[in-house]
Design a protein around this ligand. Structure first.
Ligand SMILES: [Fe+2]
Length: 370
């Protein structure tokens, strides 16, 4: 069956190069609507194919001048679709591992940061909505919130002639396994984390106001509790703020994950309000570069970024009082992400699972409260 499949890595490369390809997502329409491959088209035939009904896939019109890639949950039912499409003479392939494997796919966009001489790359895990950053200056580089294979950052740094010296997480993540520790081992860089008692491995603790040098650039630590109590943001040369899950381009971070009870979530929502006021005091043109986005990230080399004034304006709940904000945020908490307690456990222990990480991480990102 090998020649009728395509790997995530090969499809990623095709989309990155802009090669002509039609991607059909054969899962249920609501699954496609929640998370998919950028540019893919939903052909909702999953159930029919499992029942042996091929009418849906046989009647779908597809361009014959380009390959077709069919994707399902884990890459089994898509093989049935591919069999039918190949009978029609189409160059059809099934995505190996399906959407679960696609969770690890990534792409890169440069971020222009006026006011900083550093080069900033946004490394986006499109299959999961995680945003991470590689910041290069004077031959050195920092990585913030690494969420894709450590080799990706190492290779990008090599291409730019940078040595990775600094690795930071903005907080203990609940939605993806941090690659910070593995990347630190790979590169010999210093691993920093906001000061807290949660993790059980050695790290260099950061406190409000601390500064880290990367080449000639500076990252200043802003303590911003709320999403989690230890959450911090990092300000690059006074010009760009890496906000983690505290502030997104159009939402704020949920304050409830692993909170235990409503009382702690309420406490964290109040802390979040305070942190957002602190952030709002920065210049309005400061760029907001967050750690997640709620949509699959296209292969468009366009960074997910917004000026601070715009990001704050997009959060309607910030227009009222602290009390109203807390009530609005707690009233709009989305469904809890699957496996988040396991993921937090691995991240607190500094461990990486001995099995495919996508088995824990796959699925839509649900960090934000819009
Ligand atoms: Fe988070």
């Amino acid at each position: 069956m090998k020649n009728v499949t395509i790997t995530v890595s090969d499809l990623r490369d095709m989309l990155d190069r802009g090669d002509p390809v039609t991607v059909i997502d054969i899962r249920f329409a609501e699954q496609h609507a929640e998370w998919t491959i950028p540019g893919s088209r939903n052909v909702d035939v999953y159930e029919a194919l499992q029942m042996g009904d091929t009418r849906g896939i046989d009647s779908v019109t597809l361009p014959a001048d380009r390959p077709v890639v069919a994707v399902c949950n884990v890459g089994r039912t898509s093989l049935l679709a591919v069999d039918r499409l190949r009978r029609r003479g189409l160059d059809a392939r099934s995505l190996e591992g399906g959407m679960q494997a696609w969770s690890l796919a990534w792409n890169v966009a440069p971020v222009a940061v006026p006011g900083s001489s550093a080069t900033v790359l946004q490394v986006r895990r499109t299959g999961k909505g995680c945003l991470s950053y590689l910041i290069g200056a004077g031959g050195e580089a920092a990585v913030i919130d690494p969420s894709v294979d450590p080799d990706v950052y190492a290779e990008l740094a090599k291409q730019h002639g940078w040595r990775i010296t600094v690795i930071l997480d903005t907080h203990v993540h609940a939605d993806h396994l941090s690659r910070a520790r593995v990347l630190a081992e790979l590169t010999g860089a210093t691993q920093y984390l906001p000061d807290q008692q949660r993790v059980k491995f050695p790290f260099t603790a950061l406190r409000d106001g601390d500064e880290i040098a990367v080449g000639g650039s500076r990252l200043r630590v802003l303590s911003t509790p709320g999403h989690t109590f230890e959450s911090a943001c990092y300000l690059l040369d006074g010009a760009a703020l890496f906000t983690g899950d505290t502030l997104f381009v159009n939402a704020v971070g949920r304050p409830d994950l692993k909170a235990g009870d409503r009382t702690e979530a309420t406490k964290r929502a109040h802390a979040l309000w305070g942190s957002l006021q602190k952030i709002a005091a920065l210049p309005s043109e400061t760029l907001v570069l967050s750690c997640h986005t709620s949509e699959p990230i296209p292969f468009d080399r366009r960074a997910v970024v917004a000026p601070l004034a715009e990001a704050l304006k997009a959060v309607a709940a910030l227009g009222g009082t602290e009390k109203q904000f807390v009530k609005a945020i707690l009233g709009r908490i989305p469904a809890t992400p699957p496996n988040h307690l396991y993921i937090v456990g691995f991240n607190e222990n500094g461990e990486f699972p001995p099995f495919d990480p996508a088995m824990l991480e796959a699925g839509a990102n649900r960090c934000a409260v819009a």
